[in-house]
Design a protein around this ligand. Structure first.
Ligand code: ATP
Ligand code: MG
Length: 247
């Protein structure tokens, strides 16, 4: 194991990179996940490695959507499992959501390794291995979901999702919450609630908002959902990346 001094100016970035590396070694993250991590880091650097106000508003809207849902599901892939396994379990508990493993490069071995990893971090039930449901409009392997998981969810959180699947899930009428550092990616563009933030900051932030809203009325939650402006959030994130007030 490497030791990263917490005083290092880019501590979080180094820690994140190290967790992804470990994920690959443990067989939970794919090699493509390393590339996705690199792209994410570049955007995070430009964002100032902080949660911008519009991302915080999106996190609050996401919490409200999850609390209002009949059947919310949190989707976990290899990068998410490596970076925030315990944090995803905490969010699932806070909003009463199911957890489902979903992989771009689907292998039984990796599915099982991720499910075990999530259970090691406190998950009681992990979906995604039954694969008896399909997302219309995608090729066979990409289309697989659990019928009683994402297949029947009304609200889905899909962090770091591939653009095709994000669009197909939105086309199925699901309310989609995406965490993606690139506001221009199709995943962020197709989301009802795009959270443009690093997943290591975004997931605990959604959980904190959910806890804060645990006693809120339906009317209050609905008001938060209605006043959130996805176009403005995407615009503000892009402006921050392009250079803040210069944009
Ligand atoms: P598309 O336009 O089809 O969505 P893409 O470029 O987004 O394509 P991928 O490389 O599969 O395709 O997506 C990975 C996405 O995840 C990138 O947008 C990247 O910025 C984002 N990402 C990577 N690491 C993180 C992270 N830690 N937190 C949030 N987002 C991340
Ligand atoms: Mg994408």
């Amino acid at each position: 194991d490497i030791e990263i001094p917490e005083s290092h100016p880019r501590y979080l970035s180094l820690l994140t990179r190290h967790r992804i590396e470990e994920g690959v070694e443990k067989g939970i993250t794919s090699k493509q996940g390393l590339i996705a991590e690199g792209r994410g880091e570049a955007f995070d650097y430009l964002l100032g490695e902080e949660t911008i106000p519009s991302a915080d508003a999106a996190a609050r809207a996401a919490a409200a959507r999850l609390l209002l849902a009949e059947h919310p599901v949190l989707s976990v892939n290899g990068n998410v499992a490596a970076l925030v396994p315990g944090e995803m379990v905490e969010l699932a508990d806070a909003v009463g959501a199911d957890i489902e493993v979903n992989l771009f490069n689907r292998t039984e071995e990796r599915l099982r390794a991720i499910a075990d990893h999530l259970r090691d971090h406190g998950a009681s039930e992990v979906k995604g291995l039954t694969a008896d449901g399909r997302i219309p409009g995608l090729d066979h392997e990409r289309a697989k979901v659990d019928a009683d998981g994402i297949g029947s969810a009304d609200v889905v959180l899909v962090p770091l999702e591939d653009g095709d699947r994000a669009e197909a899930l939105a086309a199925m009428g699901k309310v989609e919450i995406v965490v993606d550092l690139n506001p221009m990616s199709r995943s962020a563009q197709s989301a009802a609630v795009p959270i443009v933030d690093n997943i290591v900051r975004a997931v605990p932030n959604v959980t904190a908002h959910a806890r804060d809203l645990s006693d809120a009325s339906r009317e209050e939650l609905e008001r938060i959902v209605e006043t959130f402006d996805r176009e403005a959030a995407l615009r503000e994130a892009e402006a921050a990346i392009r250079g803040g007030e210069l944009a």
